[in-house]
Design a protein around this ligand. Structure first.
Ligand SMILES: *Cc1c(COP(=O)(O)O)cnc(C)c1O
Length: 388
């Protein structure tokens, strides 16, 4: 029996415990201590944002964006249905209405050509989700937002270290949200960051994150007491989390390079199966430089994905499908608005399989994944042909 190949294996650089020990012995355990400040500067330098603020999750960063935009009941936010629930939840919590628009056939990102038709007098924002760390067509999305005076929130949960025309994802719209969840490239267990690109909202972002108080200004000595300024919450992680994250950010470039090599290897190994029509590989537009967050394939439509996945699972190979489109989910139906069908979302999401990709996966393991996947897919393709 071959050893199993997990879908994900969190990578640790080796320095996490040293930095946690440093925070431990310094006695500074609450948020916004020295490690948090280091992470903030790193993010600001790396992305060019006005202000970076660590949060306890990307979900929290998206919720902060919805608060900063003063989303009110009935306000509409254009977003893909093919995304994680947090993209929608953050706005629904404020009474906002997600308006689900179809995705592009190639990148599975929000189809920028369909955005304008979905705009109504209630539209306030566009949530651009960069799937698999491959950017949405941001020039077009930003131009539409300018024309219609809409805000743009980038759900760049998967986009740390990825760029669009040389600009960091998360640093292009009004806000960007990063995730450092264990399943992402750069991690702190649970964790995230809000990138604020609109300087006029930077101070309010600090206030909302600190329970609605101006405590950050107080600690900088700018005021002599801090008070309740507006609606807020506690969105910041403690220093132990920031210490862990710092060890990861220091190595973010190496992590990305290593992942990109594994990604490229899959892409090379699978080329001939794309040529033979068994599957389709990911498409990365020229203006996007991605971060190898994910390697996925789209099986030929006649292949029974469920059967392929069970076959792989029985061999101990951790391949998995991804989002159940939000417009088909109970909460999506209750809170969202959309055309009856989002044909590309429906079709592509039903064909997609993600392959194991993590720091340390070996060429031999990748070969085994590819062999098992293509073997199972070919078998099911000929069965489908037989039935027909
Ligand atoms: C992971 C992810 C999130 C949520 O991140 P958390 O840090 O777990 O809150 C949100 N959106 C997308 C697209 C994601 O992939």
């Amino acid at each position: 029996m071959n050893e199993s190949i997990p879908f994900n294996r969190p990578y640790m650089t080796g320095k996490e415990l040293y930095y946690i020990a440093e925070a431990h012995f310094s006695g500074m355990l609450a948020g916004d201590g020295p490690f948090t400040k280091r992470c903030h500067s790193w993010l600001e330098q790396r992305t060019g944002c006005t202000k970076a603020l660590l949060t306890h999750s990307c979900t929290a960063a998206l919720e902060m964006a919805a608060l900063l935009l003063d989303i009110e009941p009935g306000d509409e936010i254009i977003m893909p249905s093919y995304t994680f629930v947090s993209t929608a939840n953050a706005f629904v919590l404020r009474g906002g209405v997600p308006v689900f628009v179809d995705v592009r056939e190639d990148t599975l990102n929000l189809d920028e050509r369909l955005v304008e038709a979905a705009i109504t007098p209630r539209t306030r924002a566009i949530a651009a989700v960069h799937y698999a760390g491959v950017s949405c067509e941001m020039d077009t999305i930003m131009a539409i937002s300018k024309r219609h005076e809409l805000r743009v929130v980038e759900d760049a949960a998967q986009g740390v270290m990825a760029t669009y025309r040389g600009r960091a994802l998360g640093g292009i719209g009004d806000f960007g949200a990063y995730s450092f969840h264990e399943t992402k490239n750069v991690i702190s267990g649970e964790g995230g960051a809000l990138l604020v690109n609109d300087a006029s909202l930077a101070e309010r972002a600090e206030i909302i994150r600190e329970k609605g108080t101006d405590r950050s200004r107080f600690f900088r000595g700018q005021i002599d007491k801090y008070t309740w300024q507006e609606v807020g919450s506690s969105m910041l992680p403690g220093e132990l989390t920031a210490a862990f994250l710092w060890a990861q950010l220091e190595e973010a470039a190496r992590i990305t390079q290593t992942r990109l090599r594994s990604w490229a290897l899959y892409n090379e190994m699978l080329a001939r199966f794309e040529s033979s029509g068994l599957l389709r590989r990911p498409v990365v537009p020229e203006e996007c430089s991605h971060n190898a967050h994910m390697y996925y394939v789209l099986l030929a439509p006649e292949i029974d994905r469920h059967a392929v996945l069970s076959e792989l699972r029985s061999q101990g190979i951790g391949c998995v499908f991804h989002y159940v489109p939000l417009h088909t989910s109970p909460a999506g139906l209750r809170y969202g608005r959309f055309a009856d069908e989002l044909p590309v979302t429906d079709r592509q999401s039903a064909r997609l399989i993600r392959l194991p990709l993590w720091m340390g996966i070996t060429e031999a393991q990748q070969q085994r994944v590819v062999d098992s996947l293509t073997h199972a897919a070919s078998k099911l393709a000929s069965q489908a042909a037989g039935i027909r």
